[in-house]
Design a protein around this ligand. Structure first.
Ligand code: KMH
Ligand code: ZN
Length: 321
C-alpha cells in the first residue's frame, strides 16, 4: 500500500540555474584590483576555475597582455579560447560589446573569427559612464587608465538599429551564434520584441537584465521586477532571463533574480568586490558564493550541457577555435 502522501513526498528535482561568469571585461582597470585577469594565461586560468566552481557559461573580453588595455584583437583572444576549450566544457560567450570607445567592426572581430556558441548583444545605444570610478584612485599603474575612464563622460555606446541588424545577420544567421541580449533599460526590451516579431530573433530568447550601469537602470529590486514584468508582456514564454548587477549589489540582486525564476551572472567584469565591499580574490570566489546561495534556495547550478539544451546552442564542436 502506498505510504500516506505526506510521507511519500518526493524531493522535487531542483530547477537548474545557469551561472555565467564574466572574468575580465573592459570596465575595470589593472590598478583597481590585482585579482583582475589581464594576460591570456590569467584569463584562461580564471575561466577554468570559474567553470570548476559552477559557471556553465564564461563571458569573455580580451586585453593587451602588457598594458591591460581593453582589446578586441582576435590575436589576443586566440591563446585563451583554445586553452579554455581544452580544459573545460563551459560554453564560451564572446563579447560584441568590446568597450564603448571601439567601432562596431572592431567589436565584432573576435566573434567573427572564433564563431563561438554565444555572444553578448547590446540592445541599444546608451551612455555608459565609468568615469566616476576614477575618483577612487590617486595613483595609476598605467596612464591610459584615467584617460579611458574620463573618455566615457563624452562617449555614446553606439548600438543603432543598423548595428543590431549587422550582428543578427553576421553572427546569428551566418555563424549560428546565439545571444545573451544585454538589456539595460526598458526600451532595449521593446527593440528586442520588435526583432522577435520580425522573425529575426528566435526563441528561446536569453535576456540579461543589466542593472547598475551609469546610463542604464539602477541596481534595485524594484527595477528588476518592473523589467521582468515588461519582458513577460512583450515576450511571453519565448524568453528566459538572467540578472547581472554592477558593483557590490551584484550578489544580492542576482539572488533576487534566482528567486524570481531566473539565471545569474557574476564576475570581475562587473564587480571587483564581494557584498561587504572587500575585493573578491577571484572570479571563482563570486561563482562559489552565488552557487551556495542557489543551493540554499533548493535550486542547483546548471551544467554547460544543460545550458546548451536550455538555450538551444550549436555545441562546442561547431565553433571555429
Ligand atoms: N559589462 C556588462 C554590463 C558586452 O560585453 O557586450 C555588459 C556586457 C556587454 O558584458
Ligand atoms: Zn562584457
Amino acid at each position: 500500500m502506498a505510504a500516506a502522501p505526506e510521507l511519500a513526498a518526493q524531493a522535487r528535482a531542483p530547477r537548474k540555474v545557469i551561472i555565467t561568469c564574466a572574468v575580465t571585461g573592459s570596465i575595470h582597470t589593472p590598478t583597481m584590483s590585482d585579482y583582475l585577469p589581464i594576460t591570456p594565461q590569467e584569463i584562461a586560468d580564471a575561466s577554468v576555475e570559474a567553470a570548476e566552481a559552477g559557471a556553465a557559461i564564461i563571458h569573455l573580453h580580451a586585453r593587451d597582455p602588457d598594458s591591460g588595455f581593453p582589446s578586441a584583437d582576435p590575436a589576443h583572444f586566440e591563446p585563451f579560447l583554445s586553452a579554455i576549450k581544452t580544459r573545460s566544457d563551459a560554453v564560451i560567450n564572446i563579447s560584441t560589446g568590446g568597450s564603448s570607445v571601439m567601432s562596431l567592426d572592431t567589436r565584432l572581430a573576435p566573434a567573427r573569427t572564433a564563431e563561438p556558441e554565444m555572444c553578448s548583444f547590446n540592445m541599444g545605444s546608451m551612455n555608459f559612464g565609468t568615469f566616476p570610478l576614477a575618483d577612487r584612485y590617486a595613483n595609476w599603474k598605467h596612464d591610459w587608465e584615467p584617460e579611458l575612464l574620463a573618455k566615457t563622460r563624452d562617449t555614446v555606446f553606439k548600438n543603432s538599429f543598423a548595428d543590431i541588424e549587422t550582428i543578427l545577420d553576421d553572427l546569428g544567421e551566418r555563424r549560428g551564434a546565439r545571444f545573451e541580449f544585454e538589456c539595460y533599460d526598458l526600451g532595449h526590451l521593446e527593440t528586442l520584441a520588435f526583432y522577435f516579431r520580425q522573425g529575426r530573433i528566435k526563441a528561446p530568447i536569453y535576456v540579461q537584465f543589466v542593472l547598475g550601469v551609469l546610463g542604464g537602470a539602477g541596481a534595485t529590486v524594484e527595477n528588476l521586477v518592473h523589467l521582468k514584468g515588461v519582458a513577460e508582456r512583450l515576450l511571453g514564454d519565448a524568453y528566459r532571463f538572467s540578472v547581472l548587477a554592477a558593483g557590490t549589489k551584484q550578489l544580492p540582486i542576482a539572488t533576487v533574480g534566482a528567486i524570481l525564476g531566473g539565471h545569474v551572472r557574476v564576475g570581475l567584469e562587473d564587480s571587483l568586490a564581494m557584498p561587504g565591499g572587500e575585493l573578491a580574490t577571484s572570479n571563482a570566489q563570486q561563482v562559489r558564493a552565488i552557487r551556495t546561495i542557489i543551493e540554499q534556495l533548493g535550486l542547483a547550478a546548471a551544467t554547460p550541457d544543460e545550458a546548451r539544451e536550455m538555450l538551444a546552442l550549436k555545441g562546442q564542436d561547431a565553433v571555429a577555435f
